[in-house]
Design a protein around this ligand. Structure first.
Ligand code: AMP
Ligand code: MG
Length: 417
């Protein structure tokens, strides 16, 4: 495995762009093997390990797309009205068993199976019933308002490809094929722990200088949303033996290990040395704010991400690097697009060139136009502004200060988180 692309080891000094770091990480990873069969309801959020093949046509029969009359186009005049004899009805689920003959029509409802002999639906809004007859205007096109058998999906076609994540539409689609179970990739096992002598777990009062560990809760939320099986290993003090034992245990029990803290100046060399001794590691300074230091590597077949300690930096690095990495390991293919939407910014922002910044922002509508403002508190420990935000404002490396009215790119949390 070449994790560093010439950017690590010496990489303690060099720094890497966000795009390069993402590329190195994603290129190094491959999906786990292992799958299981689950009932469609339980497949929500899971990733297909096999193509789902349509066993039948959808729809199964030619049917009407509208309420109206099933007719034979050849009986209709191109430019004058035609009068047809109504010989029966076809409801959804209860068809007309006869054959529509010359000069005849069948009253039909949406979803009703096309009666034999008929080829066209005249919508009821333009048809004029008169006793047991119906008057149809000229100009009706042959085949109009007919849904063809197999139009949505032909029998034997790939209905959903492997690598697809099952959402509500996919659950419904699978059900529409009469399929009760699908094969999905097994869940990823993710172990995580927080590092820091200053960290206290909730449930006891804080001693002077201590802070409550919040990162494990943020990660618990993010990883649960992703559908991972979690191994929460608690808080590990900044002691070499304790950290080494934790890394070993985590690696033996999981596909991916996430840690937070211990990668800032002073602590970094130690974590790098430890991770390097147990496996392979690249330690990077990334041109990103927040979240500059980050470690990536593996112990045996288990991937490791050493995230920064600051709570907001954890979230930014998780969403910009780790989440798509986990999705790739879990078998998602292709990875989702992460659209950047340009909107006018109403606040001014100081921005150093040379690094990419992810600011907490809030998009809002003003006089029907969507705009964004940056949160006032951007400190990388301030989770409250993360909670108030609904998007990241993404300022690229080359970008300088932002003035009110300037266009900025935003990455919406909806669809991301
Ligand atoms: P570190 O990267 O270990 O130097 O941590 C950077 C900052 O983040 C320090 O102020 C830590 O106290 C804080 N921090 C680290 N881990 C956590 C955590 N799990 N929960 C809350 N704050 C943390
Ligand atoms: Mg620390």
């Amino acid at each position: 495995m070449n994790l560093d692309n010439g950017c690590s080891a010496s990489g303690a000094r060099k720094s890497l762009s966000v795009d390069d770091a993402r590329r190195i990480i994603l290129d190094a990873l491959s999906p786990v093997s292992g799958w299981e069969r689950v009932a469609i309801r339980s497949a929500l959020g899971r990733i297909l390990s096999d193509d789902v093949i349509a066993p039948c046509n959808v729809p199964a029969h030619d049917n009407s797309a509208m309420d109206g009359y099933a007719v034979r186009a050849e009986d209709l005049s191109a430019d004058t009205e035609s009068k047809l004899q109504v010989v029966g009805t076809a409801f959804a689920g209860r068809g007309f068993s006869g054959i529509v003959g010359k000069g005849q029509a069948v009253r039909i409802m949406t979803g009703g199976v096309m009666p034999m002999g008929a080829d066209t639906i005249v919508v009821q809004e333009v048809a004029r019933p008169e006793g047991d007859q119906v008057i149809v205007p000229g100009g009706v096109r042959r085949g109009q308002n007919v849904r063809r058998a197999g139009e949505d999906l032909a029998a034997g076609a790939v209905a959903l490809p492997r690598g697809k994540r099952m959402g509500p539409a996919e659950l419904g689609l699978v059900a529409s094929l009469g399929i009760a179970e699908v094969s999905v990739m097994r869940r990823l096992r993710v172990a995580f722990f927080s590092t820091g002598d200053e960290l206290a777990s909730i449930g006891r009062p804080l001693a002077p200088g201590e802070v409550y560990d919040s990162n494990r809760y943020t990660l618990h939320g993010a990883l649960t949303r992703l559908g991972c099986d979690l191994l929460d290993m608690g808080v590990i003090p900044d002691r070499p033996e304790a950290l080494e034992a934790a890394f070993r245990e985590a690696a033996s029990a999981s596909d991916v290990v996430l840690t937070t803290g211990g990668v800032s100046v002073g602590e970094a060399d130690f974590i790098r040395e430890l991770m390097g001794r147990l496996g392979e590691v690249s330690f990077w300074k990334i041109d990103i704010k927040p979240g500059r230091p980050m470690a990536f590597g593996r112990i045996g077949t288990t991937w490791m991400f050493g995230l920064p300690g600051n709570p907001v930096a954890v979230m930014v690095t998780y969403y910009q690097f780790v989440m798509d990495a986990l999705l790739k390991i879990a078998g998602l293919d292709p990875l989702p697009e992460r659209p950047l939407v340009p909107v006018a910014c109403t606040t001014s922002i100081r921005k150093l060139s040379g690094r990419r910044e992810y600011l907490r922002g809030r998009i809002f509508a003003e006089d029907g136009i969507w705009k964004v403002r940056s949160a006032s508190a951007q400190g990388s420990g301030i989770l409250r502004s993360m909670s108030e935000a609904n998007c990241f404002i993404v300022l690229n490396e080359g970008r300088g200060d932002v003035m009110p009215g300037d266009i900025v790119d935003v990455q919406l949390f909806d669809g991301l988180i």
